[in-house]
Design a protein around this ligand. Sequence first.
Ligand code: GLY
Length: 412
Amino acid sequence: MKNLIVTLAAFAAVAVWGGNRACVAGACAEKACGEDVLKERLPEIFAKAAAHYKALDAAATPLMKNPKMRGGCGTPHGWKGSTGELDMRSIYWWTAGHYPGSLWYLYEATGDVFFKERATAWTEIIAPNSKVSDNHDVGFIMYCSFGNARRILKTDRYDALLLETAASLSKRFNDRLGLIRSWGKIEETKDFLVIPDNMMNLELLEWAAKAKGGDARFDAIARSHSDVTMRNHFRADGGTYHVLNYCQSDGRVQEIRRGQGASCFTAWSRGQSWAIYGYTMMYRETRESRYLDFAKKLADFAIGNPNMPEDGVPFWDYGAPGEERDTSAASIMASGLLELAAFTGGEKGRAYRAFAVKQLLSLASPAYFSEGGEIGHFLLKHGVGHKPGKSEVDAPLDYGDYYFLEALLRVR
Ligand code: GLY
């Protein structure tokens, strides 16, 4: 019932806020309508996001240092609806780079030096991740934060740290399998677990391969991981598995795990979005047409899915229609699609862009974009972290906000 209400509210809000308005009336091409409406609204959306994040930062800053947390510091990750508390996580948590990254995007969007100062402070506390090789997320953590800092500030002062991170991440590469291990210890021999999320960590490696003092080996690792993943991690229709367990002696997939998805036979929506974004990014970095073709196949699976809701905000799993939506799956997908649209061009490219714009108009509507302190000053309501683990179901997620801001900047 609750989900039905969210669906009806989403439809009504998007219609009122202009997402479908003139297109439904057939007054102009869908792209022109939606995109014009969104572009007109961008200053107001960024102003609202900036106000939210100023309030969030005021609440989070006194909690930054915390001796009880691993690393002695944390960053804001989410919000506990049951107690109304901010959910701070250690600087080693996989999303530690997204909050600083959102601050960098808000600085880019508004030019307000408040965001530059706060982004610098939150970015610099997560520096110890450069030495971490016990997880694959360091690519995300460091490139969303320090990567944006170097790009926006046009500085090379963080390059050594980013190169060190690329070297740490590369320790997880297994030559024999041609893959980076997503989860688990490097020395573990029984399981070798890989998830599609891992595609997102390759952007750091691609940067590190080209950077001054970098190493072409990082590019070889990223390509190898992308190629083996492309071969094994997706069904014929382009839908993703979540967790594959590889046998380290013969390279075969020895087990498929449901992971954060609804089942081994369905596609977990955020995983699908990570893959769309990741293969598009690999095409940008390598210009290998196989990555572009594959990104299109993954995008077509999502866009054409019979269970994709009309407003473009996926249910948390493509095999779980009627259950919770996942706004993070929508924002990651929208950001990836905007880049994919530019590389694709023509009618198909326009269709990808129109779909991303529709998703962003939905996310910017009252059905999904929070008011004031409604969800602890995060932006997007209705994210799903890990439903089978009963964790963060129908909750705000720092990474959902990050890719929402990124996608809006890409539109601008
Ligand atoms: N990378 C973990 C997740 O998307 O939940």
